[in-house]
Design a protein around this ligand. Structure first.
Ligand code: NAP
Ligand code: MG
Length: 485
């Protein structure tokens, strides 16, 4: 597998930077230097937005069928190159080679879904007296997109596929901690799309990201990341009156009822929900509400399951939990664990694991705390393999607590009773409710958050509405007498 020494930005079909400033990509587990990337600044962002603006008229007039055809090529290329890209991500961000292929399957699904969906993304027509009324959907223009590091292939697909399908041109800023696989993909995007249609600018949020949100020629902002930065993006959009889509943090509840019929299956599912992505997922099921009558049995099986998770090198196919993306993330997660030790009961985990040959990596033991819903570890997004288990007895109180958090992204319900599933799904304040299987995201199923988890929906047909605006056109057969006659 080859990694380039230097990755400049993709601007107007070429890989070229105005600045010589770079930043390193490092192996999350070993600290080894992998490559350098251009730290895009104002000059690169200006050039990328100018290229996207110049490419917009022709791309927006390109028939949807042709745009779809190009998106299908991206999907095919990702399918052919998954193994290589998985290796790159594993080195770059510390996720496991066991888990990463699923990211690519999901990403590939997005390009194919939006290639198909755009073909039926209709406006509206009707007959009116003496003519026709119609509304056509038009793309917005240049879209500025900013993504985080946890699932790069998925994040890129959630952003590029609908925006390009709808006829917009794009400037995408990947995360400083996870740009390599995106820059490798960019090489292929440069071959598929006309120059300027997709521009990819590696760099830092405070400079490249902020510059992208501020330029008047950017007609829409789409962001995935923390709630804190999401607010900055929303302010930038508000100041120029451009639409903003935000996918932000989560602190999702998993609710276990007394009537589950396979306790070990539910233990498996809730363990997965809290630890996949090394716990670094906005979707993670990090608050587990277990019914009091099965609480002790459940907790003891859950503890066994957490202790059985194999922590190790991201590159070892037997590893189920790799390392956190960076030392900064390691320290953040550790400080939450310290706060948990002070305010809750540590059931298992809590330590850092030494993985020989990977001493620079922040490998964290899968960790369970018994707590109440009002502690800091139960309220704040930790972004590590740390689960808060909460005991419940009364249904209404449990629902109140499940909703008593600033976020509302996802949720899980485990029950064999339809009525329990229905009344819980109905009352949870969450964009996604999964009954009996966590992270059951199908292509086309709306994904997005309530409350501070975001604005707008991705993955679904409605996403295309968010990348277009409606133009209403009235066609009269002849010039009629004015209305006021
Ligand atoms: P973050 O700090 O908000 O960073 C996300 C992106 O925003 C990065 O590319 C970052 O650049 C950039 N950025 C930072 N400051 C900026 C600014 N002032 N202006 C413009 N861009 C700026 O998020 P993170 O902590 O790295 O990522 C984890 C967060 O993402 C979690 O809260 C998680 O829940 C959320 N997330 C949400 C979803 C979802 O779909 N809802 C999915 C995945 C993750 P840098 O490269 O410099 O960091
Ligand atoms: Mg970051």
């Amino acid at each position: 597998m080859t990694i380039d020494a230097l990755y400049p930005p993709l601007i107007n079909g070429e890989f070229k930077a105005a600045t010589a400033e770079t930043f390193p990509a490092v192996n999350a587990a070993t600290g080894e230097h992998l490559a350098d990337l251009t730290a895009s600044g104002q000059a690169e962002i200006d050039a990328a937005v100018a290229a996207a603006l110049a490419a917009f008229p022709a791309w927006s007039r390109t028939p949807a069928a042709q745009r779809a055809r190009l998106l299908l090529k991206v999907a095919d290329w990702l399918e052919d190159n998954t193994d290589r890209l998985v290796q790159i991500d594993a080195l770059d961000i510390g996720r496991t080679v066991f888990e990463l292929p699923q990211d690519y399957r999901q990403a590939i699904g997005q390009y194919r879904f939006f290639a198909a969906a755009i073909m039926t993304h209709d406006g509206w027509t009707n007959s009116v007296q003496g003519g026709w009324a119609l509304a056509k959907r038009e793309p917005l223009g240049v879209v500025g997109q900013i993504i985080p590091w946890n699932v790069p292939a998925i994040m890129v697909s959630f952003k590029l596929a609908p925006a390009l399908a709808a006829g917009n041109t794009v400037v995408l800023k990947p995360d400083e901690n996870a740009s390599l696989s995106t820059m490798e993909l960019a090489k292929h995007l440069a071959e598929i799309f006309p120059p300027g249609v997709v521009n990819v600018v590696p760099g830092f949020g405070e400079t490249a990201g902020a510059a992208l949100t501020a330029l008047p020629d950017v007609a829409k902002l789409a962001f995935t990341g923390s709630t804190e930065v999401g607010r900055l993006i929303a302010h930038a959009g508000a100041s120029r009156l451009v639409p903003v889509t935000l996918e932000l943090g989560g602190k999702s509840p998993n609710i276990v009822f007394l009537d589950i019929d396979d306790i070990d299956a539910v233990v498996d599912n809730t363990t997965f929900a809290a630890t996949f992505c090394n716990g670094q997922s906005c979707l993670a099921g990090t608050r587990l509400f277990v019914h009091s009558d099965i609480y002790q049995d459940f907790l003891s099986r859950l503890t066994t399951a957490f202790r059985a998770i194999r922590v190790g090198s991201p590159l070892d196919p037997a590893t189920r939990l790799g390392c956190l993306v960076s030392p900064a993330q390691g320290e953040r997660v550790t400080s939450y664990i310290e706060s948990g030790r002070a305010e809750a009961n540590l059931v298992t985990g809590g330590g850092r694991v030494e993985v020989p040959g990977n001493e620079a990596g922040w490998f964290i033991e899968p960790t369970i705390f018994e707590t109440s819903n009002d502690t800091r570890i139960a309220q704040e997004e930790i972004f590590g393999p740390v689960l808060s288990v909460i005991r419940w007895t009364d249904f209404d109180t449990m629902i109140e607590q499940a909703n008593d958090v600033e976020y509302g992204l996802a949720s899980g319900i485990y029950t064999s009773n339809l009525r329990n599933a229905m009344r819980t799904a109905d009352r949870l304040q969450a964009g996604n409710v999964w009954v009996n299987q966590y992270v059951n995201l199908a292509d086309g199923s709306p994904f997005g958050g309530y409350k501070n988890s975001g604005l707008g929906r991705e993955v679904c047909k409605e996403t295309l509405d968010m990348y277009t605006q409606l133009k209403s056109i009235m066609l009269a057969e002849q010039v009629p007498a004015p209305f006021y006659v």
